[in-house]
Design a protein around this ligand. Structure first.
Ligand SMILES: NC(=O)c1ccc[n+]([C@@H]2O[C@H](COP(=O)([O-])OP(=O)(O)OC[C@H]3O[C@@H](n4cnc5c(N)ncnc54)[C@H](O)[C@@H]3O)[C@@H](O)[C@H]2O)c1
Ligand SMILES: O=c1ccn([C@@H]2O[C@H](COP(=O)(O)OP(=O)(O)O[C@H]3O[C@H](CO)[C@@H](O)[C@H](O)[C@H]3O)[C@@H](O)[C@H]2O)c(=O)[nH]1
Length: 336
């Protein structure tokens, strides 16, 4: 492959970033990770990956890192991402997702980086009657998280156009699962993502799964999401890198499978996998939740030639449960 210098992965000590770093390393692409370890962990870093501790907002550090390692492409994955938290702490979300992204992008321009991949989100879309959105759907975020990511998309697009940088914006839907070979997984302490939480409950690390709302206008009353396996998403990053290196123009791509699963169907998939009933408690709706969010995702397949290999709740839930059981083995006796 024509790799123009190593790739910088921001947020590479986090859940998605570490799977992306692993996918790049599996393709023998040299990787440097920049992470402030605010939610990430050194234990998540794959072997053979260089690590720089610091923030994307630290302009001097970022410029030194870009120049010292002769970085050709930046995969900007670092960010703040919990929808409900963003409603309580909007300043922190706008600062990290917009201001720090602007600082990073300015450093990229000054250091002559020509290619950028940006982690955006399905939360930039508003609630739609069909629940299924393509890249042209109305952009109407209902949380500071979604708004700050949308603003960052627009800011990056302006900078890219003016400074000869090519930009791939990847709008992830709900990312879940772990490396199928069990090498890495999601370590986030106190995580709030449905499948992570439910698998922690299934392995006895939490008491019960709280289901936020069963009165939505959806087939079974619970919210519907398009869950994408983290390693399929990581593969899309490798393809986006190749695409930009081969001269592909700037693109915005939904990353999902185009299949919706309700919260109740996730619970059923976990029960089928474990053979036990999952303890569940029904609670009121959680602020900021959209009833249904499913990708129309033909474009990512057409543009990048992406062929996901791990679709299906069984792959996602199975790999998540295997990872939680492994984490349990590493933890103190109190959890056993
Ligand atoms: N998890 C999902 O379902 C999902 C869905 C859509 C989009 N995303 C996006 O994917 C990205 C990664 O999410 P994740 O689930 O891996 O979360 P995560 O919290 O596991 O990873 C984020 C990583 O970024 C680091 N970080 C945060 N701010 C930083 C900064 N200013 N400088 C350097 N490092 C910083 C954290 O320490 C962490 O390692 C985020 O940008 C998020 O918006 C995630
Ligand atoms: O303990 C829980 C956790 C979640 N849910 C429900 O499960 C669904 C999914 O929630 P969650 O896993 O927290 O993900 P989202 O709020 O959909 O957001 C994720 O997916 C978005 C893309 O769709 C990303 O942008 C966000 O960063 C990421 O956190 C929602 O209906 C929640 O109300 C529960 O009922 N109980």
């Amino acid at each position: 492959m024509n790799v123009d210098g190593p790739v910088l992965v921001t947020g590479g000590a986090g859940y998605i970033g570490s799977h992306v770093a692993l996918a790049l390393r599996d393709e023998n692409i040299p990787v440097v990770v920049l992470d402030d370890l605010s939610t990430g962990s050194l234990a998540a870093l794959p072997d053979g990956v260089k690590f720089v501790h610091g923030s994307t907002g630290d302009a001097a550090l970022v410029r030194d890192t870009l120049r010292h390692h002769r970085i050709g492409t930046v995969l900007h994955i670092a960010g703040s991402l919990i929808v409900s938290e963003s409603l309580e702490r909007p300043i922190s979300y706008w600062r990290n997702n917009l201001c720090n992204t602007l600082a990073l992008a300015e450093s990229c321009v000054m250091a002559g980086v020509r290619r950028l991949v940006f982690s955006s989100t399905a939360a930039v879309y508003g609630p739609s009657s069909a629940g299924t959105v393509d890249e042209q759907a109305e952009l109407a975020p209902i949380s500071p998280y979604g708004s700050s990511k949308l603003a960052a998309e627009r800011m990056l697009s302006d900078l890219a156009a003016a400074h000869g940088m090519r930009l791939a914006v990847l709008r992830y839907f709900n990312v879940a699962g772990s490396d199928m070979r069990g090498r890495i997984g999601q370590r986030t302490p106190g995580a709030s993502h449905l499948i992570k939480v439910a698998c922690e409950v299934a392995t006895g690390q939490r008491g019960a799964l709280e289901v936020f709302g069963a009165d939505y206008d959806t087939p079974d009353g619970t919210c519907v999401r398009d869950f994408i396996h983290v390693s399929d998403l990581a593969d899309a990053h490798v393809l986006a890198l190749r695409y930009l290196e081969q001269g592909g123009p700037s693109e915005t791509l939904n990353c999902g499978y185009g299949t919706g699963h309700s919260v109740r169907s996730v619970i059923r998939a976990i029960e089928a996998e474990t053979g036990h009933r999952l303890p569940v408690r029904f609670s009121p709706r959680r602020p900021g939740d959209i009833p249904a969010l499913v990708a129309r995702a033909e474009r990512v397949r057409q543009v990048l030639g992406w062929h996901p290999r791990r679709a299906g709740l069984d792959n996602i839930v199975g790999s998540s449960l295997r990872w939680e059981r492994r984490m349990l083995d590493e933890r103190p006796m109190a959890f056993k």
